[in-house]
Design a protein around this ligand. Structure first.
Ligand code: IDC
Length: 464
């Protein structure tokens, strides 16, 4: 077999590849790069049903910056047709299709990506196109970062793309499931707790299904450096995906309690993360953590402005909407779930958040959850075993009553927090994240021991 030299930096530059490519990144390129510039990388994914499909296409520019682009590809089957599209102007002639950029997404810097899509129809079969061009140059690169598709029996491998069915969270087989996992603490404070060893422990020792990525917006969070926090979230989505866990992207609004205060930030953030993660099947979007001091109508208005921003890029992902009074379905401000049942968010494939802290919220809250769960798809995106301050002693009896209820109703949950914060709700003892050991019970607090025990019991994910 002919030996093909590993591409050198000079080869890459001579071939017109991105100057921004580092030596490290060059290892990700196909060996053929030595001869031809990759130009671009494309991922094309579809959701298909008899006669119809939705396609999402992520285009990554690996060549020089462009200002205006045309993506070209051919359908393998003569019966495949482009219908209504978004984020590009589509034309089809025979089996050849072009998608032309719009004014707002025409500029693509080296290394930048954009996501477009369309609804299509098919008659014979619906295979994905096998080659693409960007402004005439063949797209032979690979989209990076690439997360190898999870294999084996991980939660994402078994359940695939989730969707809401009735009041349940359902897997790719349309069967109700419960996801059990942990929430990060604020990324601005506890980034050191989310590393390979801690995430390995979460996936394999805790056998968690879910990582909630808690990105505060205020308190030194997103608003102080949107690009860096967006990157950090995307990296954690990849880390969760590599381990076969779902990632719940939490836009952690808290103070002020009016989500409208962060509406523009939310639109910017969710446009970015939904475009970046459109082709992944492990992402769930939580658009506001704990609205408080505002009406349900205000939260609903916020949701109806943010959800379309996500859906344009990632039409099939589940979105979770926070509820009134710190996501208590209104209860902590004297209301109840009827306000949501009577006036639901005008969007499909959504769930409503419920939060509790076991030492503070007991029977009356449990009764309301049981009542609401018959009518609304609920997701406990955050809860603690302690008081609502995040501190104090573990209330084991109330925590167990809650967890039994959630298990019985198949309500998914994430526990606050997978961190070594010096407070009762944290799973790790203070100082743990300065070390390298996360598995086992030696590093855990009382809350951590209780939660690990519950989360690591075997899942029952139906596959038929
Ligand atoms: C708490 C943290 C604590 C931090 C505080 C303020 O545990 O270290 O100082 O936030 O940012 C929530 C919130 C969550 C709170 C948690 C405990 O979603 O941000 O975390 N809690 O108070 N709702 C109810 C309780």
């Amino acid at each position: 077999m002919q030996k093909i030299p590993r591409p050198t930096r000079r080869h890459l530059l001579a071939a017109g590849a991105a100057a921004a490519l580092t030596i490290g990144a060059s290892a990700l390129l196909p060996v053929a790069t030595a001869m031809a510039a990759p130009g671009c990388a494309v991922t094309y994914t579809t959701n298909s049903w008899p006669g119809g499909f939705t396609a999402n296409i992520t285009v990554k520019n690996l060549g020089d910056a462009v200002n205006g682009w045309t993506l070209g590809f051919s359908f393998p089957d003569a019966g495949q047709r482009v219908g209504q599209g978004w984020s590009a102007t589509y034309q089809q002639s025979g089996q050849a299709v072009t998608a032309q950029s719009l004014s707002w997404n025409g500029a693509l810097a080296t290394g930048a990506s954009t996501t477009i899509g369309f609804n299509g129809t098919w008659t014979g079969s619906n295979p994905a196109p096998t080659s693409f061009t960007l402004n005439g140059t063949a797209c032979t690169g690979s989209t990076t970062p690439t997360t190898p598709p999870p294999t084996g029996q991980t939660p994402v491998a078994v359940n695939g793309q989730l969707r809401v069915c009735g009041v349940n969270l359902c897997n790719q087989y349309g069967r109700p499931i419960q996801l059990r996992g942990m929430s990060t603490h604020g990324l601005q404070w506890f980034a050191r707790c989310y590393n390979d060893a801690s995430l390995d422990a979460l996936a394999t020792d805790w056998r968690a299904d879910l990582l909630r990525i808690s990105m505060y917006v205020q308190e030194g969070g997103y608003e102080t450096n949107p690009a860096a926090f967006t990157d950090r979230v995307n990296t954690l989505v990849d880390e969760a995906g590599e381990r076969g866990m779902y990632a719940l992207i939490d836009f952690h609004t808290l103070t002020p309690g009016d989500p409208m205060y962060n509406l523009e930030r939310a639109k910017t953030f969710f446009a970015a993360v939904s475009a970046r993660n459109a082709n992944r099947n492990n992402v769930i979007y939580e658009i506001t953590n704990e609205p408080n001091g505002v009406s349900w109508q205000t939260i609903k208005n916020y949701a109806e402005q943010v959800i379309p921003v996500i859906r344009v890029n990632d039409p099939d992902a589940i979105v979770v909407v926070g509820t009134r009074a710190w996501s208590s379905l209104g209860v902590s401000e004297g209301g109840n779930s009827t306000e949501v049942v009577d006036n639901p968010v005008n969007a499909g494939n959504i769930m409503y958040a419920f939060h509790f802290y076991a030492a503070s919220h007991k029977d009356s809250y449990r009764a309301e959850v049981e009542r609401a769960a018959a009518r609304l798809p609920l997701f406990v995106t955050e809860f603690g075993t302690v008081t609502y301050t995040g501190g104090g002693a573990v209330d084991a009896a109330s925590s167990t009553a809650w967890l039994n209820l959630l298990d019985r109703l198949k309500i998914s949950y994430a526990n606050w927090t997978y961190s070594d914060a010096d407070e009762g709700s944290a799973a790790f003892r203070p100082g743990t994240c300065a070390g390298s050991t996360y598995a086992g019970t030696g590093v855990l607090t009382e809350s951590g021991v209780l939660m690990r025990e519950r989360i690591r019991t075997p899942d029952t994910f139906p596959t038929g």
